[in-house]
Design a protein around this ligand. Structure first.
Ligand code: C2O
Ligand code: CU
Length: 498
């Protein structure tokens, strides 16, 4: 794992965003000021935790939110129940979620319950699994929650704009018997592109974003606010649930002075492990659960840094110790989570499927470098054509339009699938499969150490990633890049389980 991780770090540092585009992505001064200079030692803790299981209704409508912090004006957003993020929904494993969604937006919408293994009709994909919810209409989602973990919800219609304007929230499914911690904290990370008046830039869907790294913003929020210092006590054990709700930004977090233990990826348990000097990398839509023993001294202050785009490293938030310690040595309690309920892939007789990703800026260079491009001898003329038509990215040669399409793969119900994915583009892509979780079994031919379960896997530029899953959930399931501008520009397919 060390070796693989070292290789990955190298790749992240050089391939996150090509250097000549980096200037476009720097974090606005206001975030730095809010994060570093805030005198108020508040706690982010209850920030997003607004509702427990009892939540029965979500209303999507315009609202105002204090995203950028004073002295900036409030930002006009689109929100669930008037807040960004929407209410944190909390359930117990095995519970049934039943929520009526009312659309008071000027656009049609749907709600997708990202990562939940639910019946196809509840998956919230417009036209494919349901009729969109029109302005003024309601739709009730109801399904069981088979697995514990950290999930989230967001619209799946015009996602780049609807999620980009603030429509998202955490969905936490607690273990029947949770591990022992002192606090269970959720940080929903987002990245906004705001103008000088702190209003959402409405240049959604432009081809510059679509063909490069997606809509990278200039203002970072945690639970919908400019990050405020996170106060802790010495000896405290915090379970930190990280959710990346950004359209496009990848986070690479370093917790100075602390050694977080990873206990889950995308909600699913993994052998608890420290990352050492590796960063905590979250592509859009990915989640990581950490256990952190806060072992600084009373009064000490540490900075959590996001260094994913190496030359654009910035301080995300400070961890500040209160004067009263809680205990003097770390809690002695297990951190391993009980397994979830996915069937184990049967690797003795899988259906093998190769998936090739192509397109985007600088694709020709990469395709040449990676040894030709099967059937894809596209010249500059056709690049221009792709940009004009908005179909910039291709999965096995096909650039999708809309959500309804011929399946890229049809699998017999119950069969194990191994997908060997090759990223023949110059960009990282967080690839998400609906309705299932998969094991990440290898990267560039090297078996992964943890064979982690995920629903969204970050593929670096030029990387080859193998995933395995049992196609145990019947229906048509989206498989797409979760950089929402890439998704809209063709990087989406359908996998049919029949
Ligand atoms: Cu979180 Cu198809 O999406
Ligand atoms: Cu992508």
């Amino acid at each position: 794992m060390r070796r693989v991780a070292a290789r990955m770090l190298e790749a992240y540092s050089t391939e996150g965003i090509p250097m000549r585009h980096q200037h476009a992505y720097s974090i606005n001064r206001r975030t730095f000021l809010a994060s570093v200079g805030s005198a108020a030692v508040g706690s982010l803790l209850p920030g997003g935790r607004l509702a427990y299981g009892g939540q029965r209704r979500l209303v999507l409508a315009e609202a105002d939110a204090d995203l950028a912090g004073s002295p900036h004006p409030r930002t006009r957003v689109w929100a669930f129940n008037g807040r960004v993020p929407g209410p944190e929904l909390r359930f117990k494993q095995g519970d049934r979620l039943a929520i009526e969604v009312e659309n008071r937006l000027p656009q049609e919408t749907t709600v997708h319950w990202h990562g939940i293994r639910l019946p196809n009709a509840m998956d919230g994909v417009p036209h494919l699994t349901q009729k969109p919810i029109g302005p003024g209409e309601t739709f009730t989602y109801a399904f069981d929650l088979p697995d514990a973990g950290t999930y989230w919800y967001h619209p799946h219609m015009m996602s780049a704009e609807q999620v980009g304007r603030g429509l998202y929230g955490a969905l936490i499914v607690e273990e029947r018997k949770p591990i022992r911690v002192d606090r269970d904290v959720t940080w929903v990370l987002d990245d906004w592109r705001l103008d000088d008046n702190a209003q959402v830039d409405d240049g959604f869907g432009n081809m510059m974003d679509a063909s490069h790294a997606g809509r990278i913003g200039n203002t970072i929020t945690i639970n919908g606010r400019a990050p405020e210092p996170f106060t802790v006590r010495r000896g405290e054990r915090v379970r930190l649930r990280l959710i990346n709700a950004a359209n496009a930004r990848i986070f690479g977090l370093e917790f100075a002075g602390h050694e977080p233990t990873v206990i889950a990826y995308d909600g699913h348990p993994v052998d608890p492990h420290a990352l050492g000097s590796d960063r905590i990398v979250l592509g859009p839509a990915m989640r990581i659960d950490l256990v952190i023993d806060m072992m600084g001294k009373p009064g000490e202050r540490f900075t959590v840094t996001d260094s994913f785009y190496r030359r654009l490293t910035y301080p995300l938030v400070d961890v500040v110790y209160e004067t009263e310690p809680l205990r003097d040595r770390p809690l002695d309690a297990p951190t391993a989570l009980p397994p979830n309920t996915m069937p184990e892939p049967d690797l003795s007789n899988p259906l093998h499927h190769d998936v090739l990703f192509q397109g985007g800026m600088m694709s020709m260079m990469i395709e040449r470098e990676m040894g030709g491009s099967p059937g894809m001898g596209r010249g500059m003329g056709s690049m221009m054509e792709m940009m004009r038509s908005g179909r910039v990215w291709r999965i096995n040669g096909v650039a999708s339009v809309g959500h309804v399409m011929k399946p890229m793969l049809t699998v017999e119900h119950g069969r194990t699938v191994v997908m060997a994915m090759t990223n023949m583009t110059a960009w990282p892509h967080p690839m998400h499969l609906h309705g299932h979780a998969f094991r990440v079994i290898s990267r560039n031919g090297q078996p992964t150490r943890f064979r982690e379960w995920q629903d969204t896997v970050l593929m670096l530029a030029r990387e080859r990633v193998e995933i395995a899953f049992v196609a145990d959930n019947p229906g048509d399931w989206m498989f797409h890049c979760h950089i929402l501008e890439h998704q809209a520009a063709g990087m989406m397919g359908v996998i049919r389980v029949a």
